[in-house]
Design a binder for this molecule. Sequence first.
Ligand code: FAD
Ligand code: SF4
Length: 327
Amino acid sequence: MRDFSYVRADSIEAARKAAALPGAMLLAGGTTLVDLAKCGVAQPETVVDITHLKGLDTISVDATHATLGALAKMSHVADHAGIKSHFPAVSEALWQAASAQLRNMATVGGNLMQRTRCPYFRDPSNFSACNKREPGSGCSAIGGVTRGHAVLGTSRACIAMYPGDLATALVAFDATVHLGQRVLKVDDFFLQPGDTPEREHDIRAGEMITAIEIPGSAAARRSTYLKVRDRQSYEFAAASAAVGLELETDGRTIRDLRVALGGVATKPWRARAVEEALKGKVLDEDAVRKASGLAMEGAVDHGANHYKIELAPRVVARAILKLGETA
Ligand code: FAD
Ligand code: SF4
């Protein structure tokens, strides 16, 4: 880790101003930033500590929407009674993320901004080729070990998977991210790699996440987050699905369906083809399994990650069917 300057911001304005300095990085819970600095991926010239900013850790929820301050801890949001009843998929996504210690330390703003777990990206001393770290240097993963890499949204420049759980649930329910002057859909905030994998978010110099807003809906109230991984805790998703369901008054016909995928794409991935195929249809296992296959439209594997193309539709189907069984 190399030397850097430290600034403790005492207002959002001061934080934004300091964040606009070249080489400046915000410090929230520090659970990602410190790791990345230790392995040499992050080389901040100035670390802007925002942990003491007042009013950014509030959580407010009613039936119409939830507002999460950027500094709200993952564990507090996961355990919030309003989030559990109006947005269960958000609570479940957070409960299944990381470990208890990390959730107590880490913030929801920092969670959205976490970087890929691609092992080549995180090992600059052994792998110099990484377009995300060093634009134009190549990609060590293509032709390498790809078990954890993305099958959706990839490019010739980068196949890294976005690993966060919370953002997957947010994308399913049309959440927005507040950046000060600008408010963006979370879906638009995350960028596909294309030719510029080093640009992961639509965030500009001097901007910071101040809050996340989630609109309430019947589908958000009847929702779940299903995460399949190599072990039951402290592990990133092999494939996950955030699903919300609203049925007509007959209790069988699908009025609204939300599906987003995690663990399989370069950004949190809304599976609109699955939603459209099932809306207006009777909730039936065969129809659900058939439609869930559409989640993988356009998927491209790189050998060892082929299993994700088979796994993800099963995760989607299981989540929809599980919701169908709940009252
Ligand atoms: P920090 O480390 O402080 O910051 C992370 C990044 O976000 C930095 O680049 C920082 O500059 C930027 N940043 C922070 N706040 C803001 C803001 N308000 N506006 C703009 N930029 C900001 N996550 C999952 O979702 N699922 C998992 O299963 C999971 N498992 C994990 C396992 C391990 C072993 C570890 C170490 C992490 C795991 N994580 C997982 C990631 C973890 O959730 C993140 O490290 C954490 O959420 C980051 O939050 P933080 O507040 O500590 O961010
Ligand atoms: Fe770097 Fe992306 Fe290739 Fe991983 S997949 S080595 S992050 S360019």
